[in-house]
Design a protein around this ligand. Structure first.
Ligand SMILES: Cc1cc2nc3c(=O)[nH]c(=O)nc-3n(C[C@H](O)[C@H](O)[C@H](O)COP(=O)(O)OP(=O)(O)OC[C@H]3O[C@@H](n4cnc5c(N)ncnc54)[C@H](O)[C@@H]3O)c2cc1C
Ligand code: SF4
Length: 345
């Protein structure tokens, strides 16, 4: 039996904990908040009359399993301050509710402290604070939060008003040199499409337009042709709007229609700004504590000699991933550790 610390109780940390606990190792799951779940605990199922494969239904099962294993010790409201030693005698200095102590004799450490969503950062999008009809995707997620039961049709969403139209603007905080994020966040095309379908489901008369720069063809969207996306009565316009302004009646989206070569103004009742996945500030601390390398955006590079250091990274700490990608990355990390233990390296 090995003693393994997992830092971060999102789906990456939870999945690694469950896989390693199944093999009877002693797991200490360290989470800075007062519960497991990470970002995904605030999101809701986006099934409509059919499942749209957002994979939300996979995660509750994993979180329940974490609770069930006796060999997973959960330390909530706990932060790691210090680190020393080598494999087999790693020591983590921790702070829990103002008290300092240490976890000793660790064989392995898995760091899974996840990502920051774009709306939590300084964004330079003042309209969001000034008009409650302009919201971030994570705020729209909150309206879906009670929809954890797959295909529960009775579970309505209540926005507080019935929108006649909604616009989604994609790629906020991604694909932008100005935002220091030249990369694609890989998740927002998918969740925006699903959110649009949920809005259509609850407000059948609503007109929906999605402004996009590029369509990320990962996961579920890969199965849909462009034509099928539009067949769902959603207009796709391939450009980033120039300007957004609001009046008492509606929100104005100014954009350049590349087909007509003219400047247009689309009026809407609700504007949803997609938001990407950004690196957490804490990554800098991990890079100093464990001598790990940061990429240009602040994500951590996978550790090259993880077999020797017995320190692993799991999930979105390494870069944008959806739930399926995070779960598979995390399983992969757990299997590598199990394999090393069972084969003696
Ligand atoms: C708006 C939005 C909607 C999305 N919708 C979908 C969707 O419908 N389907 C889908 O597949 N994906 C979706 N995603 C992506 C999904 O959120 C991620 O794939 C997933 O949450 C990644 O999990 P994680 O465990 O890597 O990170 P996180 O969820 O960030 O978890 C990290 C955990 O580590 C903890 N932690 C952080 N720092 C410390 C520290 N110093 N010490 C201890 N603990 C710490 C945090 O409190 C947190 O619990 C969405 C993303 C966004 C932004
Ligand atoms: S997933 Fe789509 S919306 Fe998100 S950054 Fe990539 S292209 Fe833009």
């Amino acid at each position: 039996m090995k003693k393994i610390a997992i830092i971060g109780g999102g789906i990456a940390g939870a999945q690694a904990a469950v896989e390693l606990a199944r093999k009877n190792h002693q797991i200490i799951l360290i989470e800075k908040s007062d519960q497991i779940g990470g970002n995904i605990k605030d999101y809701g199922c986006k099934a409509v009359d059919i499942c749209l494969k957002d994979n939300l239904c996979l995660v509750d099962e994993i979180f329940n399993e974490v609770e069930e294993f006796d060999n997973i010790e959960k330390l909530y409201q706990t932060r790691v301050n210090d680190f020393e030693g080598e494999p087999g005698s790693y020591k983590l200095g921790i702070e829990r509710e103002g008290e300092f102590s240490s976890i000793n004799d660790l064989d392995y450490i898995v760091i899974a402290t996840g990502y920051t969503q774009w709306s939590d950062l300084e964004t330079g999008t003042p309209e969001v604070d000034q008009d409650e009809r302009i919201i971030w995707a994570s705020e729209l997620e909150e309206f879906f939060k009670s929809r954890r039961d797959h295909l529960d049709q009775s579970n309505k969403i209540n926005l507080g008003f019935i929108p006649n139209s909604a616009v989604f603007i994609q790629c906020n905080g991604s694909r932008s040199i100005k935002e220091k994020a030249k990369y694609c966040s890989r998740i927002c095309c998918g969740y925006s499409y699903r959110m649009a379908r949920v809005l259509k489901h609850f407000f059948p008369e609503i007109e929906i337009t999605i402004f996009f720069m590029d369509l990320q063809e990962g996961g579920y969207l890969q199965e849909l042709s462009y034509q099928k996306l539009e067949d769902n009565d959603i207009d796709y316009i391939n450009c980033k709007p120039i300007k957004v302004s609001s009046t008492e009646e509606n929100i104005n989206i100014f954009f350049e229609d590349q087909n007509k070569g003219s400047k247009e103004n689309l009026k809407t009742d609700l504007l949803v700004l997609s938001e990407g996945i950004h690196a957490k500030e804490v990554n800098e601390k991990w890079s100093q504590l464990y001598n790990l390398q940061l990429d240009e955006y602040g994500f951590l590079y996978p550790i090259e000699d993880e077999k020797r250091t017995q320190i692993y990274l799991a999930g979105t700490i390494k870069g944008p991933k959806d739930i399926a990608g995070t779960l598979s990355d995390s399983k992969n990390v757990a299997y590598k550790i199990i394999n090393e233990i069972e084969t003696g390296g």
